[in-house]
Ligand binder design. Structure first.
Ligand SMILES: [Mg+2]
Length: 284
């Protein structure tokens, strides 16, 4: 994997990388839809998925059954193509998902995509001594402190905005702040979208909950908004944004010495007036 072009691309998983929700897909594929819907009003989604794994284990279902279901989950062929192309261009790719590690790793490995991603940020999963898949919360709100996000659209087990902040702190530790392209569809993707800066990009799936939330009050999002509807549009939009960011960054790097000279020769009054020396990355 090439690396280090200064762009971090963050992908949601369900209905972004794959075209369905992996939790619903596994539950439906293994015949537990009714049970799932009956219990959904009584507990958080993440807790319910752990409960469903327990129920399936009690019925003799194995990890192999979950994997077989996951491998049949629909994925638009242009999405893996977009992921491979972005990785080949040197982007740092991350998954940020409210699914779980087993489901995501299984799908990424199957499609040969795992190596494209630096990191998968999601709810942890493990297999207990009895062979049952356990799904745990990313933020342990049951035993520890709640994540405390005030946006109001994050589930109790995961604030994607806080995870994004951590990813960006780590990515910026070696130098300048990376540019971010964030792709997602759900309510949980709204919080990270609000935390992006003016020079970043958010790619909400058109017609899905995060798109509706952004449209309710577009001024709350500082990043440029580039919606997409299907894999072909995702691929074209993502790669156009990556190429644009690379051109802009190269232009900015080329201008930098000139700007340094300009800055020292500009009268103080003009500098105080906020003269736009480098009008790159400005919102259209
Ligand atoms: Mg999603």
């Amino acid at each position: 994997m090439a690396a280090g072009n200064g762009i971090v691309v963050v992908f949601d998983f369900d209905k972004t990388i794959i075209d369905v929700d992996s939790d619903n897909w596994v539950v439906d594929s293994l015949g537990l839809t009714e049970e799932f819907e009956r219990l959904l009003p009584t507990m958080p989604w993440n807790t319910l998925m752990d409960t469903m794994m327990g129920e399936l284990h009690a019925r003799g279902r194995t990890l192999g059954d979950f994997a077989a279901a996951l491998l049949a989950a629909p994925i638009d062929p242009r999405v893996p193509a977009a992921i491979r192309a972005a990785a080949a261009l040197g982007c740092d790719l991350r998954v940020l998902s409210d699914a779980n590690a087993f489901f995501i790793e299984t799908v990424l490995e199957h499609h040969g995509l795992r190596g494209c991603f630096t990191e998968v940020n999601t709810n942890p999963s493990r297999v207990d001594a009895g062979g049952r898949l356990r799904i745990e919360p990313y933020h342990d709100f049951l035993r520890g402190a709640p994540h405390g996000c005030g946006v109001g659209t994050c589930p109790p087990n995961m604030c994607k905005g806080q995870v994004l902040d951590r990813i960006l702190r780590e990515a910026a530790a070696g130098g300048r702040k990376p540019r971010v392209i964030y792709l997602g569809d759900g309510r949980g993707d709204y919080c990270p979208a609000l935390r992006l800066a003016r020079e970043d990009f958010v790619m909400p799936r058109r017609g899905y909950p995060v798109w509706d939330l952004i449209c309710e009050d577009p001024a709350r999002v500082q990043a440029e908004v580039h919606p997409w509807a299907d894999g072909a549009e995702m691929e074209a939009t993502l790669l156009a944004l990556v190429r644009r960011a690379l051109v802009e960054d190269a232009a900015a790097a080329a201008l930098l010495p000139l700007d340094c000279k300009l800055e020292s020769s500009i009268p103080a009054a003009a500098q105080d007036g906020g003269m736009p020396i480098m009008p790159l990355g400005v919102k259209n």
